[in-house]
Design a protein around this ligand. Structure first.
Ligand SMILES: Nc1nc2c(ncn2[C@@H]2O[C@H](COP(=O)(O)OP(=O)(O)OP(=O)(O)O)[C@@H](O)[C@H]2O)c(=O)[nH]1
Ligand SMILES: [Mg+2]
Length: 299
């Protein structure tokens, strides 16, 4: 597995970059257009693509000829510069615990799976983890989280389906305190019919958590499906209006050529990417690192 699951994105992007310049002795308008198309195709975002093409154009005006390898390393360096100072990777864990994390996102993006993987990740780091099944919308959601809890070997707090999500969240934090857990990870439903409902629900969950553990939830992680490209960016914008999102998990990077979306997110939103999901297994979660990500994209 390539780092950050970027295999498909890299193959597609580098292939197009290469075709954009092959057999040319100068980088002309056509080449620049093809270059821009390649970047937009990888979902780096229009702003980023335009900025990169402008940087290439400037350089070509000075240096006349730019070979393929030079072009790649130039784009890579420009991206590295633009990402300088970007905060990324896991947030520091609040101690004394429990450090409470609320997981949010629309249907099917990978929330429950990401919680399973996060539980495994933190457990491997020697932390005591507890899960809360506050997606009470359907029985299968609770069952799915129970399966993950059993698989990873961590306790779970659940009250079945159709119970008040806030009551489950409350009980999960309470249990976390009682068991002296380091982390409480709480699943939520992504299917509340409208923004106001969702906003009220999340506010209520946050309010009850804070009653037990001051500062909780310490993180609200928004899960985004990278394969939806620019839709993911839009979801992040919409969710930020509903609740304060402190970080992102970008899932399904393994199966997509739109992995450039992390760059679009970085340039458009000021929300750190915490982790990247690169598969369905317990170990398929990688802490994000902007520099390593860009290097992997052009490696
Ligand atoms: N390839 C791949 N599949 C993933 C990844 N993350 C999640 N999935 C798959 O995506 C599907 C949906 O994941 P869930 O975790 O159920 O998503 P959810 O957001 O909890 O969905 P709802 O609770 O229905 O809203 C499942 O089949 C997961 O196995 C990933 O990083 N890579
Ligand atoms: Mg779920």
């Amino acid at each position: 597995m390539a780092l950050f699951g970027l295999g498909k994105t890299r193959e597609s992007l580098l292939g197009k970059l290469s075709r954009a310049v092959v057999g040319r002795s100068t980088i002309d308008e056509d080449a620049l257009d093809a270059l821009e198309e390649a970047l937009i195709g990888a979902d780096v975002g229009v702003d980023t693509a335009v900025a990169l093409v402008e940087a290439v154009q400037e350089r070509v005006a000075r240096d006349k000829y730019l070979g393929e390898e030079e072009l790649k390393s130039m784009i890579r360096e420009t991206l590295l510069e633009s990402m300088a100072g970007q905060v990324s990777g896991p947030a520091p864990i609040v101690t004394p615990g429990p450090h409470v994390v609320l997981i949010v996102g629309v249907n099917g993006v990978g929330k429950t799976t990401s919680i399973g993987k996060l539980a495994s990740y933190h457990q491997r780091a020697g932390r005591k983890v507890i899960l809360g099944a506050a997606d009470t919308f359907r029985a299968a959601a609770v069952d799915q989280l129970k399966i993950w809890a059993a698989r990873v070997g961590v306790p779970i707090v659940e009250k079945g389906m159709n119970t008040d999500p806030a009551a489950v969240a409350y009980a999960a934090v309470e249990e976390g305190v009682a068991r002296q857990a380091d982390l409480v990870l709480v699943d939520t439903a992504g299917r509340l019919h409208n923004k106001v409902n969702l906003m009220n629900e999340l506010s209520k969950i946050k309010r009850v958590m804070e009653k037990i553990q001051p500062g909780a939830p310490h993180e609200v992680l928004l899960v985004l499906d990278a394969s939806t490209g620019q839709n993911a960016v839009q979801q992040a914008i919409e969710f930020s209006k509903v609740t304060e999102v402190t970080g992102l998990i970008l899932t399904k990077m393994d199966g997509t050529a739109k992995g450039g979306v992390a760059l679009a997110i970085a340039s458009k939103l000021h929300i750190p990417v915490r982790y990247v999901g690169v598969g369905e297994g317990a170990d398929d979660l990688v802490p994000f690192d902007a520099i390593a990500y860009i290097n992997a994209l052009f490696a």
